[in-house]
Design a protein around this ligand. Structure first.
Ligand code: ADP
Ligand code: MG
Length: 706
């Protein structure tokens, strides 16, 4: 039997709420996307105003938000005519005078106020002619009862409003009136959606109470509990959905079993691998060995700083796939990167072990044809390339393992295209050099398993980072000269963003001029690479630097993904305060690839914003990408971390991935336990969950209020 869903009172269109009606409904829809009761119920205050405190006139200033003061009215007077007409009231407490002003409702307010009486006034403090002033304060005649009432109404909700809404008397107060009606009428229809045992275990507030307290908190503690409850719920159903997807996938897709280690792997490991693996590399290989023997398709995210040795790990797991009769491919976001991977892997495997080839957009047609044949007959074992790898024309004999570098630039769509390249989908390893905090990974890639390489190969000298102000530029030139004298090469990077392109280009040009004056030809050569240079010329400039004929490369961020020049040991970042943390870290990763001591010099103007200072200090303090990503998350919030925008899963209403990390970890564990014990939600105690997750939103029952 199909139960009618339209019975939920929370799907009632907003115009039916008392006090709304068609006209206001229209603006609520347009301005706030509030269409029904549920939408309004979840339109939470953006802040709460504390009315427990009473201030003295001498202690208030225009920087303060809302304050309340007890004053006695001394004089009142209506000034001006028509449009300039206003009511001005002189008042004072025992610490000083304050002026109160009304521009609207002048006659009415004038009538209601009594000179000589004491009032509790509440409003935003201002300053006029150097004296304290408040316009349009809320007024209530002073009495012990009034004080007590205000004291009980400790936290007043404040709702975001717009000019348009205000024209319909829907300012914060107006919206508050509506939420009050809604809660009064409907809150009791809210159904619990978490099982009692979870509510008990995590000491959660019940759902009805939580919504009430969110809009009209009794006190700060209750508000806290309410927020915690709704955050828990929100994260719970998100994690539930992610883990459910993962379970679903492992049930639906069988995985190829790689149970042999044979001549390819051993041939590489015993005879060709030029260095001992780090413990982290070994651990990740082991994790993948386990994954690929279970008969379940692997989806693993491999995180590791630039230079931590992900490529070798990827290669070795590809060799195991080949040992088991499969082919492997590796996909990179750009041609430069694909090319680089190809060179790296070719030089690692050497001659005679395994067939490796490259396929990108610029592979000539003729070559492409041969390549397609070698892929289909199984001769070609490892194919490296760009998106070209997943074009329909590219058919594999038996693709078993796929490595994707820099996940952020690939969508889920492309991942699934890869799965269809074989009857049993290949195992997928996603590599990223942009470490993201664990909690973010849990949410963005909640349906992937995560491996981490958190250790750099031995003997690598950590990059030394210094921060110089503009006034210390001569020291920077000195360091450059010293390093170049030792035979090293130097990158100089300038910011270039669309919003300030003209100015940035001018900066860059000046920078180049200064550089060429300081480091003149013929003794020094400088390569110049930026977006305004033609492709062919750019290539020539790059080659100059790669070959070592140029000691200096001045560039915009184009080198972020790309060149690998082990002899380059100095990275200078101009206007470093303008780069984000993760970008700075990525840029720094361009050096420190050889055996020499490397340096990163952050140049900034003498004046820094608070955030700017934290970013530069962080860079100087640590080389650890995970630490840096945590701080980045704190500074910018989850929405601005690279790659999160597309993921959509971060569209959270109450929870905040930057500040609610502990809670998220708790929730994740809670959901995992449920999947371990009762994946089908059959136990009576989980009935409530079963129902909640059966809603049309397939698991995101958070969206469904009742
Ligand atoms: P990533 O892809 O993580 O940035 P790479 O795989 O490109 O790092 O490795 C960076 C450099 O370190 C390469 O030159 C690689 O050959 C080298 N390398 C990798 N693993 C080790 C190791 N265990 N010991 C020494 N050098 C290593
Ligand atoms: Mg790499």
């Amino acid at each position: 039997m199909e139960l009618s869903r339209s019975t939920s009172p929370f799907e009632t269109p907003i115009e039916y709420l008392k006090g709304v009606g068609p006209a206001r409904a229209e603006v609520l829809k347009k301005e706030l996307a509030i269409f029904n009761y549920a939408d309004l119920l979840r339109y939470f205050p953006y802040k709460y105003i504390d009315r427990t405190r009473f201030y003295k006139v001498k202690d208030i200033n225009p920087e303060m938000p809302y304050v309340q003061v007890i004053v006695r009215l001394l004089r009142k007077e209506i000034i001006g005519e028509k449009r300039t007409k206003r009511l001005v009231v002189q008042a004072q407490d025992d610490t000083g005078p304050i002026e109160l002003v009304w521009f609207q409702g002048v006659t009415w307010v004038d009538k209601s106020l009594r000179v000589g009486k004491a009032y509790i006034i509440f409003g935003k403090p201002g300053m006029f002619n150097g004296r304290p002033q408040m316009s349009h304060p809320e007024m209530e005649q002073y009495s012990p009862q009034a004080i007590k009432r205000q004291g009980n109404l400790t936290l007043q909700p404040a709702y975001n409003s717009t000019e348009k809404l205000k024209q319909f008397s829907l300012d914060s107060k107006g919206i508050q009136k509506l939420t009050a009606i809604l809660i009064e009428e409907q809150a009791r229809h809210l159904q619990e959606n978490l099982p009692q045992y979870i509510i008990n275990k995590y000491r959660l507030m019940d759902r009805q109470e939580a919504y009430r307290q969110m809009h009209f908190p009794d006190d700060a503690n209750k508000l806290n509990e309410a927020q915690n409850r709704l955050k828990f719920e929100e994260l719970f159903f998100l994690q539930y959905k992610l883990l459910k997807n993962k379970l679903h996938r492992t049930q639906k897709f069988k995985g190829n079993i790689f149970d042999k280690v044979g001549q390819y792997f051993n041939g590489f490991y015993n005879d060709r691998l030029p260095f001992p693996l780090t413990n982290a590399q070994k651990r990740v290989l082991k994790e993948m060995r386990i994954d690929t023997q279970r008969g379940v398709q692997m989806n693993r995210l491999l995180q590791g700083d630039v230079g931590s040795g992900k490529t070798v790990v990827a290669l070795m797991s590809m060799l195991i796939a080949i040992d088991n009769g499969f082919q492997a491919c590796m996909m990179a976001p750009t041609e430069i990167l694909a090319n680089q991977h190809y060179q790296t892997i070719k030089s690692l495997v050497g001659e005679g072990l395994v067939e490796v080839d490259l396929l990108t957009g610029s592979t000539p047609k003729k070559q492409r044809k041969v390549l397609h044949e070698r892929l289909l007959n199984g001769e070609l074992k490892i194919l490296i390339g760009t998106h070209a790898l997943i074009e329909d024309a590219v058919q594999y004999q038996n693709l078993g393992f796929v490595v994707i570098d820099e996940q952020h630039r690939f969508g889920v769509e492309q991942r699934s295209k890869l799965w269809r390249k074989n009857i049993v989908p290949p195992h997928v390893l996603v590599m990223t050099a942009t470490p993201i905090p664990r909690t973010l990974a849990m949410t963005m890639y909640g349906d992937l398993d995560v491996s981490v390489i958190d250790e750099l190969p031995a003997g690598r000298k950590p990059i030394e980072t210094v921060h110089f102000y503009e006034s210390q530029r001569l020291r920077m030139f000195g360091m450059m000269r010293d390093e170049i004298a030792k035979g090293r090469q130097v990158y100089v990077v300038y910011p270039l963003i669309k919003e300030s392109e003209k100015l940035d280009l001018k900066n860059l040009e000046e920078g180049i001029e200064v550089m060429q004056r300081e480091f003149p030809r013929p003794k020094y050569q400088t390569s110049i690479v930026h977006g305004k240079i033609k492709a062919a010329e750019k290539e020539a400039e790059m080659q100059q630097f790669i070959k070592g004929t140029a000691q200096i490369m001045v560039a915009t961020t184009v080198i972020e993904v790309g060149v690998n020049v082990p002899n380059a040991s100095v990275m200078i970042i101009e206007n470093a305060e303008r780069f984000g943390l993760s970008q700075l870290h990525q840029l720094r990763g361009r050096v420190g690839r050889g055996a020499e001591q490397s340096y990163c010099i952050l140049m900034s103007s003498n004046k820094l914003s608070n955030d700017g200072r934290i970013r530069l200090d962080t860079m100087v303090k640590t080389n650890n990408g995970f630490e840096i990503s945590e701080i980045d998350l704190q500074l910018r919030g989850p929405g601005n971390i690279e790659g999160t925008q597309q993921s959509g899963v971060l569209d959270l209403k109450v929870a905040n991935l930057a500040t609610d990390q502990q809670l998220l970890i708790q929730v994740r564990k809670c959901v995992e336990e449920i999947f371990e014990k009762d994946p089908q939600l059959i136990n009576p105690e989980n009935q409530i969950l079963h129902q909640a997750t059966q809603s049309k939103n397939a698991g995101l029952s958070w969206d469904k209020i009742s």
